[in-house]
Design a protein around this ligand. Structure first.
Ligand code: AR6
Length: 179
């Protein structure tokens, strides 16, 4: 586990199932249609209660890549789910970095609007969407450190699903915090 303090905020990298975390909000790696899917999206929909979360998502409609939308957490320990849509990786020249940063930034903005003090993100876009992990981790770390500067958050968790990913995200967090 990597942990960095920035002002009032603790930033940490954990290996965990994000659906089990008791925080104000967890972030979902969603698709534009907000229809649920595989990976962490499927796990969050199952744990929240498929019917209720799908209904809330249907009422919202869709979400462009690089943005996010918020729903209640329903059956989850977390009060809110923030559905962030990261980009599919193509070759790095199609605005992927900016879109991934946007997904984090928009999630943090929604979190602040809903008085969320503790929040966890999965490794957005690095599964089915194929974003290179080191590159995605640097963006996640940079955006999380920037959000910590706003002093709205007590705890920001980068929640990885394997120890290998946690090493990559932990290294990125240390690097970005030191630079
Ligand atoms: N807790 C934490 N992380 C998890 C969990 C979990 N329970 N389950 C998987 N991960 P992905 P993407 C990790 O593919 O690349 C979906 O079908 C996983 O190991 O879930 O943004 C959506 O509907 C990986 O590191 O998201 C979209 O269509 C990370 O979560 C599409 O996939 C993200 O992998 C989004 O693709």
């Amino acid at each position: 586990m990597t942990r960095v303090a920035r002002g009032e905020t603790i930033l940490e990298v954990l290996t965990a199932d994000i659906t089990k975390l008791t925080l104000d909000a967890i972030v979902n790696a969603a698709n534009q249609g907000l229809k649920g899917g595989g990976g962490v999206d499927g796990a969050i929909h199952r744990a929240a209660g498929k019917a209720r979360l799908q209904d809330a998502c249907r009422q919202i409609g869709s979400c462009p890549t690089g943005e996010a939308r918020i729903t209640p957490g329903f059956g989850l320990p977390a009060r809110f789910v923030i559905h962030a849509v990261g980009p599919r990786w193509k070759d790095g020249s199609k605005g992927e970095d900016g879109l991934l940063a946007g997904a984090y930034r928009h999630s943090f903005r929604l979190a602040v609007e809903h008085e969320v003090r503790t929040i966890a993100f999965p490794a957005i876009s690095t599964g089915v969407y194929g974003f290179p992990k080191e590159r995605a981790a640097a963006i996640a770390a940079r955006e999380s450190l920037a959000a910590a500067e706003g002093e709205a958050f007590a705890r920001i968790v980068l929640c990885c699903f394997s120890d290998g990913d946690a090493l990559v995200y932990g290294k990125a967090l240390e690097q970005e915090a030191g630079s």
